[in-house]
Design a protein around this ligand. Structure first.
Ligand SMILES: Nc1nc2c(ncn2[C@@H]2O[C@H](COP(=O)(O)OP(=O)(O)OP(=O)(O)O)[C@@H](O)[C@H]2O)c(=O)[nH]1
Ligand SMILES: [Mg+2]
Length: 401
């Protein structure tokens, strides 16, 4: 979940990539098995191509201050990641659904559909745009109203309070993931980021704490690692009016910012004299129609050419760990159901067990337990530090399966 442009697709690409190439590849082999499709005339972009775009962006803009605004999602896409244990044939598939931010803005026809999905899902990741959240405190170009709207805080509340944990029988996991955290990671400020998440989502966190079994975590992540937030600037468009090149396009425009020295900075980081064109308002930044509430643009400095995501894999590890505990707990309850055939049967957990027991595909609970234990032994699963906080932990029955 998350507003437009906060970084959902990039986080998904980084999570999938961390499985394919990252530290866990010695325990679980991963393969992107997405079958790319075409919908409404649009071709689905592969995760590989998304990563290539980010890497190219780094190569071409190192040292510059730019607008990172590529790869918008317009249509809902599914991505498939197949996991297997090295030298074993059993596999499991995780299906990730990537949606566009407009989906979560509320008041739309999709609302009923999302609520339906929320009731059926086990795990929720709320992607938070950290620059907007942090800058809302300074109340210059971003204030709490802008941040609330940009990060869809109210609609996320509406959706998350529809979670159904079936009176504690059906445990759920909610992870708040502040994204674009490079600046605050470098300044050792990730605990402040986490603190602000607690403040901004206070009402939602209180509502979630009332559930019997909803686990709540905060995990700040960096999906690129080497692009650091620099500043917010009012959003404008620059239109060339003087002929610059031999092949001059009729409508030649770019997003831009007006700098303190009067020059204009274009989205790719080049600076120029505004006299060669005109500066126009950017209508796409109106946050609330028919008001003057607009969002500024976030400008980022590209530090180096290296793509260095950080802690993205933690989202996947925490989900795996949670789902394993949930399943073992359910399995224990099934065994209890079988042992006490004449006693009270918990039909909710019987149904859940039936629907979830194959969540790990061909990989057995025992095999998955061995893998997760090994992850703990190798200190791959981080439970604190770097702003990571487990706010509310579900208690599960845990046995050696
Ligand atoms: N610096 C920095 N930039 C990021 C990070 N994650 C994403 N971005 C950039 O932010 C922009 C938006 O990211 P997306 O992943 O496309 O955002 P989205 O939430 O999928 O947006 P919609 O598809 O419009 O809903 C892209 O240009 C990314 O390169 C991050 O962790 N750090
Ligand atoms: Mg997207």
């Amino acid at each position: 979940m998350g507003g437009q442009r906060v970084g959902k697709s990039s986080a998904l690409a980084a999570i999938m990539d961390s499985f394919v190439t990252g530290t866990v590849s010695c325990l679980l082999t991963a393969k992107d098995t997405t079958v790319l499709v075409k919908k409404e005339g649009v071709k689905q972009a592969s995760i590989d191509s998304k990563l290539r775009d980010v890497k190219q962006l780094l190569q071409e803009h190192v040292g510059r201050t730019i607008l990172v605004d590529s790869g918008k999602t317009y249509i809902q896409w599914d991505y498939r990641l197949e996991l297997s244990i090295p030298q074993k044939s059993e596999t499991m598939t995780i299906v990730f659904t990537d949606v566009n931010g407009e989906y979560f803005e509320g008041g739309k026809k999709e609302q009923a559909g999302i609520i339906e999905l929320v009731k059926s899902y086990d795990v929720f990741i709320v992607a938070i745009d950290t620059p907007f959240m942090m800058e809302a405190r300074a109340r210059k170009l971003v204030d709490p109203v802008v941040n609330n709207k940009y990060n869809c805080i109210d609609s996320i509340h509406t959706f998350l309070t529809q979670i159904d944990d079936n009176d504690g029988n059906n445990a759920k996991l909610v992870i708040f993931a502040p994204i674009k955290c490079e600046k605050w990671a470098k300044e050792n400020q990730l605990d402040t980021v986490t603190q602000y998440v607690k403040e901004d989502y206070k009402t939602t966190l209180i509502a979630l704490s009332k559930y019997k079994r909803v686990q709540v975590e905060i995990i700040p992540i960096q999906t690129i690692g080497t692009i650091v937030f620099q500043e917010h600037k009012e959003a404008y468009r620059f239109r060339w009016t003087k002929r610059q090149w031999l092949f001059f396009k009729k409508e030649c425009q770019a997003s831009c910012a007006i700098l303190d020295n009067g020059r204009v900075r274009l989205s790719d980081g080049t600076e120029m004299d505004p006299a060669i064109g005109e500066i126009l308002d950017d209508p796409s930044v109106v946050l609330i129609p028919n008001t003057d509430i607009v969002r500024p643009n976030s400008w980022f400095k590209v530090l180096t050419k290296t793509y260095k995501p950080h802690n993205c894999e933690q989202l996947a590890f925490h989900i795996l760990d949670f789902m394993l505990s949930k399943l073992i707990d359910l399995q224990i309850q099934q065994e209890e159901n079988h042992r006490n055939l004449n006693a009270f049967l918990n039909f909710v957990t019987i149904g859940l067990w039936k629907s979830l027991k194959d969540v790990f595909g061909g990989i057995s609970l025992q095999q998955m337990s061995v893998i997760v234990d090994r992850m703990y032994q190798l200190n791959l699963i981080k439970k604190n530090g770097e702003g990571i906080l487990i706010l509310h932990k579900c208690k599960f029955k845990k046995v050696q399966v």
